[in-house]
Structures are given as structure tokens and as C-alpha cells.
Design a protein around this ligand. Structure first.
Ligand code: SF4
Length: 63
């Protein structure tokens, strides 16, 4: 499972990072990046939850 990010859409509010800090972080410019290239099985639910809370749908789950 991977997460695709649309950094052009990201508004940097950080809800994804608050929900799943093991997966998402904000860079020095305040935009999202994914910490791991492939989501480990134990963190899939957390990654999905973080993607769901994004208010601008900038995070897409790919399986
Ligand atoms: S929740 Fe969405 S808009 Fe907010 S930082 Fe994360 S990806 Fe960006």
C-alpha cells in the first residue's frame, strides 16, 4: 500500500500528521510528505485514517 500526495492541493493544516504522525509529516515549507515509501501492514489503518481527514483530499490510498 502506498499513499500518493497532491502537494499542489495541500494547504498545510497538518490534520494528517496529527492523525498519523508515523506516516505523514510537513516539510520546512509546510506541505505534506509521506515518511515511508511503502506503508507497513501494521500502519495501514492509521495511514487511511490520516488520508480521510484531509479536508482537500490531497492524499490518495493506492493498493
Ligand atoms: S491534511 Fe491535507 S491539507 Fe492538511 S497537511 Fe495533510 S495533506 Fe495537507
Amino acid at each position: 500500500m502506498k499513499i500518493e500526495t497532491n502537494r499542489a492541493a495541500c494547504e498545510g493544516h497538518g490534520l494528517c500528521e496529527q492523525t498519523a504522525p508515523d506516516i505523514y509529516a510537513l516539510d520546512e515549507q509546510g506541505y505534506v510528505y509521506v515518511r515511508v515509501p511503502e506503508i507497513p501492514p501494521g500502519l495501514e489503518a492509521s495511514a487511511e485514517a490520516g488520508a480521510r481527514v484531509c479536508p482537500v483530499a490531497a492524499l490518495q490510498v493506492r493498493r
